[in-house]
Design a protein around this ligand. Structure first.
Ligand SMILES: Cc1ncc(C[n+]2csc(CCOP(=O)(O)OP(=O)(O)O)c2C)c(N)n1
Ligand SMILES: [Mg+2]
Length: 366
């Protein structure tokens, strides 16, 4: 008998909860201005998230999946992307869109249920949000293979949740990317919950990163509430992407509900949420910047004011958008099937559009 394989998974943390840095892991190119930029994006993402939730509660937005608590995973990875790289989101990566320069009014348009807000503007390298769990990873692997095939030099980040890692699509995409050595960085945004399913019941595997071992690619864990750690690990994975894919498990926490159609108090203890508050991703960067003399109360207040102003302007723009309800019949088929034509005719004839002020709400709020 001989051992034919030996695998292990490393865990990274660069900045701890008190804002202390492990200099042996610190990425040299990260100067203070870059860390300030990360902090500002994380704060803006949190403020935008709170606004979207509030709009939904007022009937001014549709079902919304909050990202509060996951700012470091999203901003750290987005900032690590290079100009021509792509990202492929699921349904919770609002912070990534923000840090990649997407306009907030378009994001709010999408939160209001308009597909026009889910279209990727020309010149931006991303795919639109995807709700069917883990299907986006197939697209990410295909897009990554295309970069290799066309020799563009670009890489692709694909985001998936802890729950998504139990789907066949997840494994198939990693397997394909591994065999083809495609430039894919697969990020598991492990926020400990898949709706009401806790991480402990998701899989018997000790880590989610070790799923990389089965497909023969590197797999690492990082403190997903440490924006510097996430940046470092993703930057290294992107730098190595020309040699093949990497799987990165970011350990973070979903501080809020799964979506606005969910009530987490029914299934998770408040003590768990309170415990995670201690490793808040924004607080530790603030401590770091304050200790360095780069941040203070006045700057914090100015940032909050600026963010609210920008958010209010974006909401105003999104709410003044007049969509054509008939567009819901478009873009599904390359032709108009009779059954859809009949529905369109009936809605038009009955003046349906004019009588519907709000989209009909189902009882569970979806
Ligand atoms: C294929 C599929 N199955 C089930 C659902 C319903 N659903 C939506 S999100 C979700 C949980 C996803 O959890 P996770 O992957 O951990 O991502 P998170 O929501 O925590 O970001 C489920 C089961 C779906 N959208 N698609
Ligand atoms: Mg999850």
């Amino acid at each position: 008998m001989k051992k034919v394989f030996d695998g292990s998974v490393d865990y990274y943390q660069v900045m701890d909860e008190q804002g202390n840095i492990d200099m042996s892991l610190f990425p040299n190119e990260l100067d203070d201005s870059k860390i300030l930029e990360m902090y500002k994006y994380m704060s803006l993402a949190r403020a935008m998230d709170a606004k979207a939730l509030s709009l939904q509660r007022q009937g001014r937005a549709v079902t919304y999946a909050p990202m509060v608590g996951e700012e470091a995973t999203q901003i750290g990875s987005a900032i690590a992307l290079r100009k021509d790289d792509y990202f492929v989101p699921n349904f919770r990566q609002q912070g990534v869109f923000l840090a990649r320069g997407f306009s907030m009014d378009e994001l709010f348009l999408y939160f209001r249920g308009y597909e026009e807000g889910n279209m990727i503007p020309k010149g931006k390298h991303a795919l639109p949000g995807a709700v069917p769990v883990a299907t986006q990873m197939q697209h990410a692997a295909g897009l990554a293979f295309a970069q290799k095939y066309l020799n563009t030099g670009a890489s692709v980040i694909g985001y998936v949740g802890d729950g998504g890692t139990s789907e066949g699509d997840f494994y198939e995409s990693l397997n394909f990317a591994g065999v083809t050595k495609s430039p894919l960085v697969a990020i598991i945004e492990n926020n400990q919950w898949a709706i009401s399913m806790p991480r402990g019941k998701q899989t018997a595997a000790q880590t989610l990163a070790q799923k990389a071992i089965a497909v023969g690619i590197p797999g690492v864990q990082v403190d997903g509430n440490d924006v510097i750690g996430v940046y470092k690990v993703i930057r290294d994975a992107l730098a190595n992407a020309k040699n093949g894919p990497t799987l990165v498990e970011c350990i973070t926490y979903r501080m809020s509900m799964h979506t606005t159609a969910d009530d987490p108090t029914k299934y998770r203890p408040q003590e768990e949420v309170d415990a995670w508050k201690k490793s808040d991703p924004i607080a530790r960067v603030k401590i770091y910047l304050t200790k360095k003399g780069l941040w203070g109360d006045k700057k914090e207040q100015d940032l909050a004011d600026q963010s609210l102003k920008a958010i209010d302007a974006a909401v105003e723009k999104a709410e003044s958008f007049k969509g054509d309800p008939a567009s819901m019949f478009e873009h599904i088929y390359s032709y108009m099937p009779d059954i859809l034509q009949d529905e369109l005719d009936a809605a038009t004839a009955s003046n349906f559009w004019q009588t519907q002020q709000q989209p009909p709400q189902r009882e569970n709020g979806e």
